[in-house]
Design a protein. Structure first.
Length: 340
């Protein structure tokens, strides 16, 4: 009797794409970092030097992402392959509204937290994002995280906390808002990953950008009218308009490159890359704005870099262990059948 052997399971689509080892993924990672820096520094300039209203700035950003997302529905600009849709899949608008609500909540809660606590405190809270991502990925995607990967998250999170620990001011309202911002942002990223890498229907980055921005705008406009000071609109000059438009364009490019990158990485890898990005932007702000550098900041940056390298090695170890386990199970010889 010939022994039958099971066929090993195929690799996932993400493994086939190579993750961040893919040159295209690295290119969009660079673009994501670059446009995030442009958005952050222009935010600082508009709010601190042009004395613009944060609510007006947030609304203009979402408006630009909606307009640019609509344009990229028809002109992908090399970011993704366009596939004509004959019809919308079941639950399309429900998914878009859910992601749009999380985008709106992230913006709103972020503004609330900044109203009560320092930026450094908010960044320290956001350093726990990988832990939130592990929990949410497990609940929504059923994605299991190996022990070594979990341990490698500690230096990544601890390093960012060291970078942003200076001048921390605690306020219960700000703390709750910052924690809620962290949760909604991680939920948005994991849910977007589920939609953009689905088995039955894959949403394009432009679809996520346009429809979620539209849903967010439907919530953001009435909220802005309630909280926005009427004098804020009266003080908008042509210089403000140009700055808002440029900032909105950078914010759109930051968001859509993040969506493109999601198709190549797991939610946790995306979260770790986001944590490393924050540490790099802290140092970029030190160089551009002449902020004082402390020993803790330097130590924190080195710790984040070490943690990211450790995370990559831990993923490799856990992936090989899981693959060997599946292969051993798949190639286990079948028990001979007794003939009577």
């Amino acid at each position: 009797m010939n022994e039958e052997r099971a066929v090993p399971p195929p690799e996932t689509a993400m493994t086939q794409k190579g993750g961040l080892l893919n040159c295209r993924a690295l290119f969009f990672l660079f673009l994501w970092y670059f446009f995030s820096g442009c958005t952050l520094f222009l935010n600082k300039y508009i709010l601190s030097y042009m004395q613009a209203d944060p609510t007006v700035l947030g609304t203009s950003q979402m408006l630009m992402t909606m307009v640019c997302g609509c344009v990229q529905l028809y002109f992908p600009c090399g970011m993704y392959k366009s596939h004509p849709r004959l019809s919308k899949p079941p639950g399309f608008y429900k998914h878009m509204v859910l992601v749009g609500c999380t985008r709106f909540a992230t913006v709103l809660l972020g503004l609330v937290s900044l109203n009560y606590v320092a930026v450094s405190f908010t960044e320290t809270i956001k350093s726990s994002a990988p832990i939130f991502t592990v929990f949410i990925s497990r609940c929504l995607l059923g994605e299991e995280t190996g022990l070594w990967v979990k341990l490698s998250l500690l230096p990544v999170m601890g390093g960012l906390a060291l970078c942003s620990i200076n001048e921390i001011s605690f306020d219960a309202r700000g703390f709750i808002a910052a924690m809620a911002t962290n949760f909604t942002e991680c939920l948005q990223n994991v849910y977007s990953k589920m939609l953009i890498s689905g088995d039955k229907f894959k949403y394009s980055p432009a679809e996520l950008q346009f429809y979620t921005s539209l849903a967010s705008m439907l919530l953001q406009v009435p909220t802005s009218l309630v909280y926005m000071d009427s004098s804020s609109l009266g003080g908008v000059t042509p210089s403000h308009m140009v700055a808002f438009a440029l900032n909105g364009l950078f914010f759109h490019l930051q968001s859509i490159t993040a969506y493109v990158l999601m198709d190549y990485t797991s939610p946790l890898t995306h979260s770790v890359a986001n944590t490393a990005k924050r540490a790099l932007l802290i140092w970029a702000s030190v160089i551009m704005f002449g902020n004082p550098v402390t020993g803790l900041s330097a130590l924190g940056t080195c710790t984040v870099i070490f943690g990211v390298l450790l995370y990559n090695k831990a993923r490799e170890i856990d992936t090989l262990s899981a693959r060997h386990g599946k292969l051993d199970e798949a190639f286990e010889p079948l028990q001979p059948v007794r003939r009577i």
